[in-house]
Design a protein around this ligand. Structure first.
Ligand SMILES: *[C@@H]1O[C@H](CO)[C@@H](O)[C@H](O)[C@H]1NC(C)=O
Ligand SMILES: *[C@@H]1O[C@H](CO)[C@@H](O)[C@H](O)[C@H]1NC(C)=O
Ligand SMILES: *[C@@H]1O[C@H](CO)[C@@H](O)[C@H](O)[C@H]1NC(C)=O
Ligand SMILES: *[C@@H]1O[C@H](CO)[C@@H](O)[C@H](O)[C@H]1NC(C)=O
Length: 594
């Protein structure tokens, strides 16, 4: 009985003080009625696409101008060892959203497809995965995603939207359900997987052959079906066949689209306008929800190829088109931060900036570099073991709560954002599954000196390529590589041809004994320790080996979202406004903008 009475008294006291506060508010007209939830900060997460850690001023770049992101770092905490869970968009973002390695949700590949290839595939983030957005929604947050999704759209029919952001805890979505690719730009060479195209091409040929056989069979009276059926099948296949053949212009229509919530608003999208639309949407989301608490995930389309940049930034940087695009990205970030400030939300908003993985070294046009710069780190996008593929910027700002201008060198993961924001919202992480992330609050606030991660595992597709050991006592940092991609020419940091480095098969080398680097003294992973050098090699490799075996015990098989069947283009799943397959509309066209 006593505790109940006490609780009731406390509740009364709380209500009285709240009433007093409200009366004072009304009298002074200075504060808004929302004061009851001030302990829950707004959460603004900004993620760039394909940005290298070496592209930002606050990470040591002295020739690219990123004043807005640098200011964010000055006013907050900057992480120097912030690691993506995967070196590619789809799996890295799946892990970010769920706080779990992508292989736990089936969003990482065993086959050659390492990311979703079409809006009209059936793979995507499964319904039974829980994003931080869903938990925050349950905690009274208004949640929004503006920008890139790349976690799938449909499962079985055109409008089931089973993988759509609105089915994963977001109240509002505006942006690309897919990702920018070169195919989105009429004048750039296509970047979509050529092997997949070839296979689909083969299937359409087989289908056409099938129709010819039916027609021939009917003509020779070998098959008894109606001419009407033959004709409709033939027309359907012919349509599919010619649309594929007339191709690959259709890729742009099918993949490069903008949606607002469940509606396709631009198909194909106008790239030149996308940046200003994303910005307008982000600023207006903040204005609409300034009474808070809100979660806004701005998933920028910058700085992925084809690097479409507006006039204002074109030719202005010292690093060509890529540099122009980075400087434009920084400006967008600045405008979003200004909106937060203008609404007086700076001190009540936790702001975060990161990139989904390392810069894309192989993105080049002849000798012109079109991908990011990973600073002193070896490797890049697509390479999970080498530091350059996964070490990304990580900045947190929350004035008055987190120290300003603080730098933390401890290992942290993008997956840590999940438990961190869930904790801030007063929620609980799911207890029925493995969560790989750890809350960053103790580290960010300065309450803890060491990261909660003693070991981190670095995956390429579903293959564990490397593991990192952060020794708790000494603070020394080791990295063991079991598999590495074969660079060509040796040491240049890129694989044969212009495509992504493979995770398995002929293009990788398995190391037995494994390669060991002392990252504390050799962050560029230039000098592997010799297995014969002494007992240290043996001890470290044995300790990490034990951790890997233990980690492997937590791996369970789940349905693969990136299997060929799930990745393939399926006409009946194609989001489309207007008649299929020609899908075209421009619902947001604003004559005032170009
Ligand atoms: C700055 O970024 C550009 C573009 O990615 C890169 O070429 C350059 O090497 C970087 N400079 C430094 C000092 O890191
Ligand atoms: C504060 O948040 C809770 C959810 O955690 C919500 O139920 C409540 O209505 C909010 N209070 C105000 C005054 O908005
Ligand atoms: C915001 O926080 C900073 C740092 O603690 C403080 O100096 C400033 O006065 C605060 N601003 C407001 C409006 O509370
Ligand atoms: C989601 O469903 C799949 C397939 O039934 C299952 O293998 C997986 O363990 C489930 N995941 C969670 C988090 O419950």
């Amino acid at each position: 009985m006593a505790p109940t009475v006490q609780r009731r008294r406390a509740a009364h006291a709380a209500r009285d003080s709240l009433n007093l506060l409200l009366i004072m508010c009304l009298l002074l007209k200075t504060c808004e009625l929302k004061s009851a939830n001030t302990s829950k900060p707004n959460i603004l997460l900004i993620m760039a696409d394909d940005l290298g850690i070496g592209d930002l001023g606050c990470y040591g770049n002295d020739t690219l101008r990123t004043p807005n992101i640098d200011r964010l770092a000055e006013e907050g905490v900057r992480l120097t060892q912030h690691l993506a869970a995967a070196p590619l968009c789809t799996p890295s973002r799946a892990a970010f959203l769920t706080g779990r390695h992508a292989f736990r949700s089936g969003m990482d590949a065993t086959d050659r497809y390492r990311a979703l290839q079409w809006n009209a595939g059936s793979g995507g983030l499964p319904q039974n995965e829980t994003t931080f957005a869903r938990i925050l929604q349950g905690q009274g947050y208004t949640t929004g995603l503006i920008g890139k999704w790349h976690q799938g759209v449909n499962c079985a029919s055109r409008n089931d939207h089973c993988h759509h952001p609105l089915h994963h805890g977001f109240d509002y979505f505006y942006g690309m359900p897919f990702t920018l690719v070169n195919d989105c730009h009429p004048d750039r060479p296509p970047s979509l997987d050529s092997g997949l195209r070839a296979r689909l091409w083969l299937y359409t040929q087989i289908m056409a052959l099938g129709v010819l056989t039916i027609v021939a069979g009917k003509a020779c009276r070998l098959i008894s079906i109606s001419w009407k059926l033959v004709l409709s099948v033939a027309t359907l296949v012919l349509l599919f066949f010619t649309s594929w053949y007339a191709s690959f212009g259709f890729v742009r229509r099918w993949n490069c689209i903008l949606m607002r919530n469940h509606e396709v608003t631009e198909q194909p999208m106008v790239l030149e306008r996308a940046a200003s639309l994303v910005l307008k949407e982000a600023v207006s989301f903040i204005a609409r929800n300034k009474q808070g608490p809100f979660l806004l995930f701005v998933s920028l389309l910058h700085v992925h190829i084809p690097l479409v940049t507006t006039e204002r930034f074109l030719g202005k940087s010292r690093h060509g088109l890529y540099g122009d695009n980075v400087e434009e990205m920084d400006w967008l970030v600045g405008e979003i931060l200004n909106a937060v400030e203008e609404h007086g939300l700076k001190n009540t908003t936790l702001t975060y900036f990161t990139s989904d993985h390392g810069g894309h070294l192989q993105a080049r046009d002849g000798h012109v570099q079109l991908g990011g710069w990973n600073g002193i780190y070896r490797g890049g996008k697509g390479m999970a073991g080498w530091e350059g593929g996964i070490r990304v910027p990580g900045i947190f700002r929350w004035p008055g709560v987190l120290p300003a201008g603080h730098v933390i060198h401890e290992p942290t993961s993008l997956m840590d954002v999940f438990p961190t924001v869930v904790q801030l919202a007063g929620g609980q992480v799911p207890q029925d599954r493995v969560i790989d992330g750890r809350s960053l609050l103790p580290l960010l606030r300065g309450d803890a000196e060491r990261s909660a991660h003693e070991f981190l595992f670095h995956y390429c597709g579903q293959y564990l390529h490397a593991a990192r050991w952060h020794e708790k006592d000494s603070g020394r940092l080791w990295k063991v590589h079991y598999t590495t991609p074969d660079f060509h020419p040796e040491g240049a940091g890129a694989c044969r041809g212009s495509s992504m480095c493979p995770c398995s098969g002929a293009g990788v080398t398995h190391h037995d004994p494994p390669l060991l680097f002392d990252l504390s003294g050799d962050p560029s992973e230039a000098r592997p320790l010799s297995p014969d050098a002494g007992p240290v090699y043996r001890e470290v490799v044995a300790r990490v080996g034990r951790a890997v075996r233990e980690h492997r015990r937590s791996v369970r098989p789940v349905p693969e979202q990136l299997s060929f069947q799930n990745v393939a283009w399926k006409p009946w799943l194609q989001p489309c406004c207007g008649p299929f397959p020609f899908c075209a509309c421009s619902r947001d066209a604003d004559p005032g903008e170009t």
